[in-house]
Design a protein around this ligand. Structure first.
Ligand code: ZN
Length: 308
């Protein structure tokens, strides 16, 4: 009896050890690496407890000038999935990043996104309607122009496209949990539709639809809700003295009361212009990790500001 007991304990222990090693592996969350903090929200909502998400660009970092650290390259080497969104460093560093982890599954979350070409930012023609641009359909070809605007995470409508791409990647890597991902996706798409509808309502009746901002990170938001950014930064640089004079004239003409900055960039030229024209400076963060709350905050601030 004692022998039997010991034997069965051993067998049970052996079986438990085997199934444990398997089930631990299956229960361990997928290590997902994204490029920028706002992507964390989307992947987390979709993946729930099945994912552990980290961002290459830390909170407060600026993707345009970011370079991965050796520690981050090491974290990358342990990732199961990388979700690309098309920010600059992905282009510049991709050979090194994929060499650091040739086995990770790469999701291109930009597939199907109707990008704005950077040249469209610099149209002098103020009569142009942005509605027409928004109605153009993506032809299915991947745009590889260097001049395209990378800030596609500030549009709830474009985030819906990213959600679909990320969902497809998750079920490819982890098909066993497809039903959970599918339920999460459904809930997330509903939240995005609600957000989109709320922003539309909030920004329906404004005194002006133009807003001045240092770094023009909100072009896709502006396209969706028929707003217009007036960038202070010229092609990624502080404006020259001559350009500053033009901006002040324009700000005066447009009766600009508020100029926006983001926490990660310089506000020197904005402070100068604001002082000159008697406007105030407010902060909008396009890179916040608490994406949904931040989008609601941005919409509320714009609604208030552009109704003054
Ligand atoms: Zn930017």
């Amino acid at each position: 009896m004692k022998h039997y007991h010991r034997m069965s304990v051993l067998i049970v222990a052996f079986l438990a050890a085997t199934t444990l090693s398997m089930s631990v592996k299956a229960a361990e969350p997928l290590q997902v690496v994204v490029s920028i903090p706002p992507q964390i929200y989307v992947v987390q909502q979709l993946g729930g407890e099945r994912v552990h998400v980290i961002s290459m660009v830390p909170e407060g970092g600026l993707p345009h000038t970011y370079e991965p650290t050796p520690q981050q390259m090491k974290q990358l080497s342990m990732a199961d999935i990388y979700v690309r969104i098309g920010v600059e460093f992905e282009q510049a560093w991709w050979d090194k990043m994929s060499a650091a982890n040739p086995r990770m599954h790469v999701i291109d979350s930009t597939k199907g996104v109707n990008f704005i070409e950077a040249s469209e930012h610099h149209h002098e023609d103020e009569g142009e309607t942005h509605e027409a641009e928004g109605d153009q359909h993506e032809n299915g070809e991947a745009h590889e122009h260097h001049g395209r605007d990378p800030h596609i995470w500030v549009s709830p409508r474009l985030v819906k496209i990213q959600v679909e791409n990320i969902y497809q990647g998750l079920i490819a890597v982890d098909p066993a949990h497809q039903s959970a991902y599918s339920a999460n996706k459904k809930a997330l798409l509903t939240a995005l539709d609600n957000l989109d509808a709320d922003i539309q309502t909030q920004l329906a009746n404004l005194k002006t639809r133009k807003f001045m901002i240092f770094h023009p990170a909100w072009a896709y938001f502006a396209r969706d809700y028929h707003l217009e950014e007036i960038p202070v930064e010229i092609e990624g640089k502080e404006p020259s003295a001559r350009e500053m004079a033009e901006l002040m004239k324009l700000a005066d003409q447009e009766q600009v009361r508020v100029i926006f900055v983001q926490p990660q960039t310089s506000r020197r030229s904005v402070d100068t212009i604001a002082k000159q024209i008697g406007a105030r400076v407010e902060v909008l963060d396009p890179l916040a990790a608490n994406w949904l709350d931040n989008m609601r905050y941005v919409s509320r601030v714009l609604a208030e500001t552009l109704s003054e």
